[in-house]
Design a protein. Sequence first.
Lengths: 349, 707
Amino acid sequence: MILDPILDMFRGKAVTIPPLDGAFRPNTRLDDAPALVGLTEPDNLLVADGRLLASSGNAVYSIAAGAEPKVVETFPSPITALALSPSGELTVSIESGKLLISGKEVSLPADVSCITALAYAEDGTLWLANGSAQHAPSQWAADLMKKGASGSLWRRDAASGDFRKVAGDIAFPYGLHPIGGDVLVSESWRHQLVRFDGATGNRSTVLTHLPGYPARLSPSADGGAWLALFAPRNRLIEFVLQETHYRRDMIDQVPPAYWIAPSLASSRSFLEPLQCGGIRTMGIHKPWSPSRSYGLVVKLDQNIQPQFSLHSRANGTRHGICSVAEKDGRLFIASRGGNCVLAVDTGGF
Amino acid sequence: MSFRERLQSWRYNLVPDHLVGEILTKRWTDNAIPFLALVATLATFGSIIPGFFKLTALQESTRQLGEFSMVVTGMTVVMLGGGIDLSVGSIFALSCFSAVYVFFILEQSIWLALAASLATGLVFGAVNGYLVGYLRLRAFLTTLVTFIFGRALFDILVTTYAADVQLSQATSDVLDFIGDSTFWGLSVSVWLAIILAIVTHIALTRSRPGWHVLAVGGSRRSAHNAGIRVRRTVFMTYVFSGFCASIGGFLIACRLSGAGPGTGLNLEIMALTAAVVGGVSLGGGRGSVIKGLMGAIIVLTMTNGLIRLGYGTGTNQMVLGIMLAVAVTIDIRWLKNRHKVLNEVYVAPVYLKMGETQSAVPGSGTPYALDNRLSAADHIGLGELEGPEDVILDRDDHLYCGTRHGEIVRFFAPDYVKSEVFAHIGGFPLGLAFDKAGNLISCVGAMGLYSVSPDREVKRLSAETSRSWTSIVDDARLRDPNDCDIAPDGRIYFTDSTKRYDAHDWALDSIENRATGRLLVYDPRDGSTKTLLDGYRYTNGVCMAHDGKSLFFAESWACRVHRYWLEGPKAGTAECVIRDMPGYPDNINRASDGNYWMAWLGMRTPSLDLSLRHPDMRKRMTRRLPQDEWLFPNINTGGVVKFTEKGGIVEAMGDLSGGAHPMVTSMREHKGFLFVGGILNNRIGRYKIEGADPNWTSPASYWGAKP
């Protein structure tokens, strides 16, 4: 009705989120998939020299089916991102704000202290996503709840080793996917994928209104990409983001684990917030109920449009997926909330 | 406390926001808009036209009003039946002519003229009714045809006989009396209109045919399915409308002593506007005679006022058209959106700062620390049961519980595999207790306090208490009777948790957190129910102390347990024995070791506790988010807590995995086992209590050994 904008001032506008429909239609593929190995909070997956590497806590593990994960290398603080250069150097960033290439520390510009993703272009250029200027990578929830938009995108020249800031004011860049000289960035707090021009830093939005918070991107065999979404959008959380006083008091007075904020796993403590739809009734937890955590991996085609997706719904356990890697027709999925790495045949899609 | 927080607490605890929602639930709010329109119209014209309220002016206006309101009453009845009658104007005119013709030209008695007038109206009404009701033609088109036909006939007759009427010498005292005199200050037409309105109102609201009309208008198909003779009912509404129009016609014949081309012109539009402006729904089924009358006064005041201000017929018609359009829009929008408005404004949260609590986290070292013991409980009735809020065992060890289907189910000892429906009550049976004679007393959600005798006879004990003076909604009704217990003298003490929400919406009360819970007592000797305490945040479980001199009751959303004294120096007063628990208490029952068991239906969360200090945030949440997304207390984890008579906590146990007993609303100790129920669960748990007296039973504890 034409009076709606006027009435909205009095009645409060409904908070809405994109529906899980089309390519995002829910299924239970992630919960149906067999676990390859159990691993505590596996974060970043990487294929290197035919091996599958996974970061977990302070260590990088080598993963193979039917075997315990083997420690490849350990670091002084938790690992925040992994990448492999075209020449085979393992590149690692850690929580304390350091970047190591083949074990050697590289001096970083002062502004880079929250590396959330790393990726090499074909010419050897290293792309860095700096999630936030104020927070460490593990404090991402605080950055979101304070409506942070201080992330930046950096590149390191292959030949000279010099760093250059390509763009700033990004709301938590969390994934990188180089396309030629450009790079595709997942801008998590704005639920969108943005393409940055490698030379000028000009941005163009590629995919918006994602139903979750996008995390890392990784290439797929057919020239497209895989996108992991680490948490679902939730109408209560989006509502709290608009409630200044409540949100401020919550950040000050409530322990972060019990915030009304997205999460990598939920329903582990009775101190966590509960929404009406999430009440267990007659022994059933409704899979479509609102949840703070979810498992979602999306396949993007060459034009960066979603084709299909894999889900672990509200009643599932394979939540908090931050990274996937495709290798030899198999897709490996690291579930931080589910403490495991899954393997799915890509031929089945 | 910050200044802003203090301001919030004043704003939300002192301003009674909840009254808006309560007023909106009233049916009479439908009358509010037409009533305001009426007052506004009278005030406007009364102030700009000098002498508008003078007696002589009013006399003429009311005479006109009498005739008009009769037509509107007829129209109202047709519209309530789901139809529309556009032919009232022409029936009015023809009836007027019939009376004039019989009296002035045939020079018959005035009573014969009245008969002719009525016959004309009834015949035309019957034609309409037959075509619309029995042949099921469209009401709009059919009455439009009758209108055109009747109007044409009237025009021919009036031009043919106008001169004869003028020359007639016929006079009658009765006619003069009806047309000009007054009776107790009011003209005959007004008296007749009042009588007709009263009779019609009573018929519509208090008689079978009237209900049938409303039912047919509300839903034709449902009315048919209910066995109402829809066609005859529709037929009768048109006949009634014709009858009303014909009396109006007769009255104007008396008043004007003749009939002219202007008689009854545009009357159908005025009558329709009056009915709709008054709030009679075009869709049928909603409205009343009073609304029609209000509309009639508005329309007549408006048209007469405009004429006296010097505006012509064109302006008048335009104003009528605009009024009709506005009224129809409001009618439709209101009808469509009323429940939405009600939903948006009903939840009116208040400010509450919960006290600091001890942790219940496993391993925290406090007496409240929950563990996983209850997940080891055996299950009874898994998959067969839905919603055993309370459980109880009789002297023969049989197990009873309520279900959300309104039944009381009995599981047979010793293995509790076989079950039967012990009794069907309806509602949602919640708290249970056995009295001395072995009757099962139950608080039935949304219904009241009920008793089921051992031979399964269901009897209502109480469904209401006395109403408080300041309530808008009827708080005499028991909305959410929750738990009961019986004193040694047979009096039944029970709680009614909230006045604001129905039993199935109990969790919504936690969002609002308004203190409306009550403790009541039912006295079986005289059948009376009295309110003992009022103003608690969701009163829940009740348990008689072991000595029978006091009782414990739980205040769920405040996380407190109170003790109410029946005897002794503190008789009639309550004191808080446990405060600031980390969980929301539900039912309380006796334990074999002289202590008490208390169920926790859920756990406090820091985020919800904080939101209780932000009532504005909760208010916006209820308006901007669908209910499934609202922040709730964590009722996916509950537990069982044992406490002493002094309020000390002995132990706490839970099911942290949430697999078997996520929410616990009741527990009952019996022969060394604890039977656990949950209002949202699909099973009853049976848990072996270590070190409990294997012979102790609740019936024996209350009423002594088996007689």
